[in-house]
Design a protein around this ligand. Structure first.
Ligand code: NAP
Length: 295
């Protein structure tokens, strides 16, 4: 989309050097939109999931809406979506409320990852205090299929305990590079294959190999990877979605045990798809008669 003839990049990509940087990635449309850009209802889209990237592109393509995607700034090699982008925290719920007011935000979509620890609660508080409608996009979670060998645990510490209890020896750890510490006290004989997008720094696991890789992955590749490393146990969060589901199918086929971390409980109103989220935004902006999702 960005390289298409209708769009001209205004600013180059800038990554955060301080707490809250604004990265303008506005693309000037060759075709005149129905409303001036500054008058369009602006959606604040809290990013961090594949749904957020998809929704940013769809909202940016809506001539009657404007979108600002917001990233925490954890991933250095950020793949910037169309529309405006900002990077960095807001300063808690109060800072978020201030930002919403100052930027005349019409609605907030929380499309952060299903395991995001604090931001969903901040959104609820900030939107309540500013009286701005909000919606969470929460993809459906994975459910076990026949042949699955799942141990469901509530958190990372419980996952580490489950590995000790099972006597796991060759573990494929896919919980993310910032969530390795609970596994640092594993049985010394347990070896980890740690897959993450960026290098864990620091790396708390001594008996481990890091595989830098970004999905989506195919079942065949996941199967080959697990076989190559003689994996006996996979550890994953129940993130849901199709991009990371292949490892579960591969584990099922190979008879590999899965220690799966359950979803944290969610508050507020949520939808499962970007279609529903887009329809809700259109409803909030008065572009469609109504949306099935209450605001
Ligand atoms: P968190 O505890 O909610 O994030 C810590 C702080 O980072 C928040 O209090 C907020 O700072 C800031 N923040 C988080 N998401 C933000 C966003 N989209 N835009 C601007 N600031 C944001 O969440 P976390 O679990 O550490 O995850 C951080 C980010 O990584 C999230 O955006 C999430 O979508 C993504 N992610 C998380 C996971 C996971 O498993 N946790 C997996 C993949 C991606 P202020 O309080 O200062 O506003």
């Amino acid at each position: 989309m960005r390289d298409s003839p209708g769009f001209t990049p205004v600013f180059p990509v800038v990554l955060p050097g301080h707490r809250s940087s604004v990265v303008r990635t506005t693309y000037a449309r060759a075709v005149t939109a129905a409303r001036p850009h500054q008058d369009r209802p602006r959606i604040l889209l809290l990013a961090g999931s594949s749904e957020a990237s998809e929704l940013a592109a769809r909202l940016a393509a809506e001539p009657a809406l404007a979108v600002t995607s917001s990233f925490a700034g954890r991933v250095k090699a950020l793949s910037l979506p169309p529309g405006d982008v900002r990077v960095g925290g807001f300063g808690g719920p109060e800072g978020l409320a201030r930002w919403i007011t100052e930027n005349r935000i019409a609605a907030v979509i929380d499309a952060t990852h299903p395991f995001t620890a604090n931001m969903p609660h901040h959104v609820v508080l900030a939107c309540r205090s500013t009286n701005v409608p909000h919606l969470r996009v929460l993809r459906p979670e994975w459910v076990p299929a026949p042949g699955d060998r799942w141990t469901v645990v509530p958190d990372l510490d419980a996952a580490a305990a489950a590995l000790r209890q099972k006597g796991a020896r060759r573990v494929f750890l896919t919980t993310g590079r910032q969530e390795l510490a609970p596994f640092a006290h594993a049985d010394p004989e347990t070896w980890f294959l740690v897959r993450s997008i960026e290098m864990p720094e620091p790396m708390p696991l001594g008996h481990a190999e890091v595989l830098l890789s970004r999905g989506p992955f195919t079942v065949a590749d996941e199967r080959a990877l697990m076989q190559h490393h003689g994996i006996d146990t996979l550890v994953t969060k129940n993130s849901g979605g199709s991009a990371a589901a292949a490892k579960l199918e591969a584990a099922r086929a190979l008879g590999v045990d899965v220690v799966i971390i359950a979803r944290p409980s969610a508050e507020g109103i949520s939808v499962g798809t970007t279609d529903e989220a887009l329809a809700w935004c259109q409803g909030v902006a008065g572009l469609s008669p109504s949306s099935d999702v209450p605001g």
